[in-house]
Design a protein around this ligand. Structure first.
Ligand code: FAD
Length: 560
């Protein structure tokens, strides 16, 4: 942790060439999975300014890397969302005469060499990219900086993902904050002290001159096609249709989603909109989802939150734009630290944790002492494989209790209605309300005593908003292994949580239709006779017993 790779990358980027090679013929913007937009995009804007100043054409590049997606447990939904957005970006860039050259490269290790070859072929002056904070990505970019320096290219890696970038909000001892509340207070102070810097709306890219179509190095790049799918990450056609409707691609859709949150009221009947942009929500600036957020955000039975996470994770809208939109004006204005703004600060916080303590992304708990907690079921090594997780590789063997519990958790058959509704929601929609994410995650870790990394991986493989920093942060929070985590003895009672998160029962009824006729407390905790009648499973574990076991094991790591 003493010299995190982010510091090394920033240093390497500073010392790479300055990108003023005399004979240069182009400038390259390398788009990544987390910055799929044209507006308010730092690296793109800087690359474009460099190109304009030096009268060079701008080229954009995207590297599709299935091996990388596998290693990061990327969901087919997230990959499909990436491809749909790339197709839309390609069209928008083409209007500016800027090609989006997409290459598919199967070997992670060869990417730095591939990028350098591309820069050489284009005789580029420099490459610009927004920083990806995952460790492997930082190491890859350090290699690129080193190679660029030796070849005389500029290599500019810049912060873009967060509102306040990692390294700015630090404790008195100059360390990364490991507790959220003081971080958030310092975050808002820093932000308000320099709004023009942190909330800068980056310049849109300038169009390339028409002559770019005659440029022998560049003209063919316009013919590159964004693939429809990537082998190993194909979505079945029905799921693709559902995703397309629920999470439409493109910056216009992302902005519309933001507008919907800021200016329209939620409608209870639309708690899980299959087509949010066509739900007929009425404009109501005084009683919008934003103004009701503080009171309503924990209710999973209403569609009250922004649903922007897939767009923020893929960078289809910038976090800066989200904050700007909550302000009357950015001139001499002040960001109010309302609840929703604080959620964006959580997002920044977890990126800072990932950058400051990179071990959390390598399967390690932030609190090392919790590495010895005794889990039920598959060992840690099993949860971290480069390929498919084989829960039961020998199909003829019966599942062990923990394997069978994991399967029941994933398929929503635990006998705990709120957990089952949540897990079926993940499967069906690729998304889950924050409070129910916490309930489902805590149930796996504390009630079933399954290693949190099993759940972390499953969420990544299924969510459309899967993001390493937020997902890891969320899982380590519920598992009491992370920074500022939930104390190990504070174990959610799933029945009480259920009545609080789903007071009308709409959420459970929607995703667990067998319980549609259950009423009142019976919906949240069906008695055995009701469960039998409705063909709903009995609870796979008992709440009190499981809670006591978890407290025992967390209190004494290393003992069962
Ligand atoms: P809103 O309530 O409208 O919040 C606005 C934005 O703030 C979100 O879009 C998100 O970018 C950010 N945000 C909100 N809550 C959090 C939080 N707790 N941590 C970090 N950022 C937050 N979020 C992801 O984006 N990707 C993940 O992979 C992910 N995995 C999670 C796993 C677990 C176990 C838990 C408990 C939480 C996870 N979250 C994750 C955080 C949170 O659940 C989602 O961001 C939120 O539910 C998205 O809904 P929304 O866009 O309507 O959020």
């Amino acid at each position: 942790d003493s010299d995190p790779p982010l510091a090394k990358l920033l240093d390497a980027s500073k010392h790479a060439g300055n990108g003023t090679r005399k004979s240069a013929e182009s400038v390259v913007y390398w788009m990544r999975m987390g910055d799929l937009r044209i507006s308010d995009n730092r690296a793109l804007s800087l690359a474009s300014a460099h190109a304009k100043k030096n009268k060079l054409p701008l080229v954009s590049l995207f590297v599709l890397n299935p091996q990388d997606y596998k290693a990061h447990d990327r969901s087919a939904r997230r990959i499909d969302f990436t491809l749909r957005n790339l197709a839309s970006i390609k069209d928008s860039l083409a209007k500016l005469h800027i090609p989006l050259y997409t290459i598919t490269h199967p070997k992670r290790r060869e990417i730095p060499g591939q990028i350098i070859t591309f820069l050489e072929q284009l005789n580029a002056s420099a490459v610009y990219a927004n920083i990806e904070y995952e460790v492997d990505e930082l190491r890859r970019d350090i290699q690129i900086c080193k190679a660029a320096k030796s070849k005389g290219f500029g290599a500019h890696f810049v912060h873009d993902k967060c509102v306040v970038e990692p390294g700015v909000v630090l404790t008195k001892e100059n360390r990364t904050y490991a507790v959220y509340s003081p971080y958030q207070r310092a975050w808002i102070k820093k932000l308000n002290a320099n709004i023009p810097h942190f909330l800068e709306d980056c310049q849109e890219p300038h169009p390339n001159p028409q002559s770019v179509y005659e440029n022998k190095n560049i003209k063919d790049l316009f013919n590159s096609q964004v693939p429809q799918s990537i082998p190993g990450f194909e979505l079945d056609p029905d799921d693709r249709k559902r995703m397309d409707l629920a999470w439409p691609a493109g910056e216009i859709a992302a902005n519309e989603m933001l507008r919907r949150f800021l200016h329209t009221k939620s409608r209870t009947s639309q708690m899980v909109p299959s087509n949010p942009l066509a739900d007929g929500a009425e404009d109501s600036p005084k009683h919008s989802r934003l103004t009701a957020y503080d009171a309503d955000r924990d209710n999973a039975d209403k569609d009250t939150t922004s649903r922007l996470s897939p767009y923020l994770a893929a960078g289809i809208i910038s976090a800066r734009a989200c904050i700007r939109a909550t302000m009357p004006s950015t001139k001499n204005a002040h960001v109010e630290s309302g609840r929703w703004v604080q959620e964006i600060a959580w997002r920044d916080f977890y990126v800072c944790i990932l950058a400051g303590y990179p071990r959390v992304s390598m399967g390690r708990p932030y609190q090392e002492k919790s590495a010895d907690i005794v889990w039920e079921g598959p060992a840690l090594d099993n949860a971290y494989t480069d390929g498919e997780q084989q829960i039961n590789p020998k199909a003829e063997l019966p599942l062990t209790t923990s394997e069978s519990n994991i399967e029941k958790w994933k398929s929503g058959q635990t006998g705990y209605p709120i957990v089952d509704a949540g897990m079926r929601c993940v499967k069906e929609t690729g998304y889950l309300h924050n409070r129910v994410r916490m309930i489902c995650a805590m149930f796996l870790v504390k009630h079933l005593m399954i290693d949190w990394r099993v759940g972390e991986k499953y969420f990544m493989e299924n969510l459309i908003d899967g993001d390493l920093a937020s997902n890891n942060g969320g899982w380590q929070w519920v598992a009491s292994t992370g920074v500022d985590a939930c104390p190990y003895f504070r174990i959610f009672n799933p029945y009480n949580q259920s009545s609080k998160a789903d007071p009308t029962g709409e959420f459970i009824r929607h995703f667990v239709p067998e319980l549609a006729r259950a009423r009142g407390p019976e919906l949240h905790n069906p008695p055995a006779s009701v469960a039998d009648k409705l063909k709903y499973p009995h609870p796979i574990v008992k709440h009190e017993e499981s809670r006591d076991r978890a407290i025992r094991r967390f209190k004494n790591p290393g003992t069962a």
